[in-house]
Ligand binder design. Sequence first.
Ligand SMILES: Cc1cc2nc3c(=O)[nH]c(=O)nc-3n(C[C@H](O)[C@H](O)[C@H](O)COP(=O)(O)OP(=O)(O)OC[C@H]3O[C@@H](n4cnc5c(N)ncnc54)[C@H](O)[C@@H]3O)c2cc1C
Length: 419
Amino acid sequence: MHVMVLGAGVSGVSTAWYLHAAGHEVSVIDRQPEAGRETSFANGGQVSISHPEPWSSPGAPWLMLRWLGRADSPLLFRPRADAAQWSWALSFLRECLPWRHRRNTAAIAALALHSGQALRRLRAQTGIAYDQLERGILHLFYDAAELAHAPARAAALGGFGVTARVCGVDECLSIEPALAASPQRPLGGLYAPHDESGDAFRFTQSLAALLAARGVDFRYRTTVAHLLPAGNRIAGVEVRHEDRGSETLAADAFVVCLGSYGPRLVAPLGERLPIYPVKGYSVTAPVVDAARTPSVSLTDESRRIVCSRLGDRLRIAGTAELDGFDTTIRAERVKPIFDWAGARFPGALDLTRAKAWAGLRPATPGNLPLIGRARASNLWFNTGHGTLGWTLACGSAASLAELMDGRTPDVGFPFLRPA
Ligand SMILES: Cc1cc2nc3c(=O)[nH]c(=O)nc-3n(C[C@H](O)[C@H](O)[C@H](O)COP(=O)(O)OP(=O)(O)OC[C@H]3O[C@@H](n4cnc5c(N)ncnc54)[C@H](O)[C@@H]3O)c2cc1C
């Protein structure tokens, strides 16, 4: 079967990998000049199996009220005259109900565990390198109330099969000695030793290069303009080339992996994908003192900021902003990330040479990705991974390939329209 994957971010390229491995002829379309140039370009780098809890949680509405009107708040809602934004925000509130939060967390944990295993297998098979580190993720608490929840969180993670243990400040410092340089010490932490980190962009690029060498047809600078329905099927896609007009491309099946842009493309087919762009920022700084720079990936639970060591760089990421498709880098939003890096790791980084970036997380209200078949019989989705697209990439793509071959993945996840 010839499958056309629409989108060459980490989701699309991983999808191409598992479909090719299953014996399909695969082509990949993307509007950018190379793979991974949009949201997968400079994310936080965490393969964070120990953070399945979505932002939509019972405590989220109160936190959002507390942060309201603060330009530097971790979560910012910029209201627009945009029905999609308001409808998404209302659905987000519904996903904060305790039972929905519990259900979403369990489903994400199951897919994340499956993904972690798939990533390790893929790495062993290919020898692919992407500045990965298998040193775990240390969640840090600077707020006593949040630390008080850590034992219950560790127990809940244990229930899903995810190893995580509560640590005192001394153990946090022995896990990551670079934390000792900061005058502000954490009160405690939660350490997930099996988590990993790595550069999602390098991963995406390396995997795309391997696939291209194996005959997968990557078409870049090619924008998907329309899906062309014919009865209950998609007959083809109309694409626009940067330099040579439009054409129609045909395939037996199509997979939508277009990040935040998928909903617009499938809306004319009557498909309403509950995905809205949630903007986030990162800063990537060169390391000048390796001993003062963390190599264990960290999550500052009080500030909602994460960092990952990527070779001789430190990637620091955070913030969430509902601001439509705007990717402007706003100084007041990125400043807290620079300040955090300077205060937590004094002397470790050259922040004058750091690069700031903003990307749009393709987020569903409950952070559950949309994986499975659309209404059209040969159209599939692997999209909407929100805060966890890198963590969930391999497991989502492997599951989709199984679904497309008529098999049921052995994962406790609510796939779309199971057979
Ligand atoms: C600040 C920040 C930090 C993050 N940190 C983490 C983290 O630590 N761990 C984690 O797991 N996740 C993290 N994420 C989330 C993760 O980066 C995303 O979920 C993931 O990159 C989404 O991948 P994707 O392939 O679905 O989307 P994308 O990478 O955006 O890929 C979509 C592709 O579709 C293409 N496209 C779109 N429209 C068209 C069209 N019409 N025609 C042709 N091509 C088109 C785009 O060019 C793009 O290449 C973070 C995100 C942000 C913003």
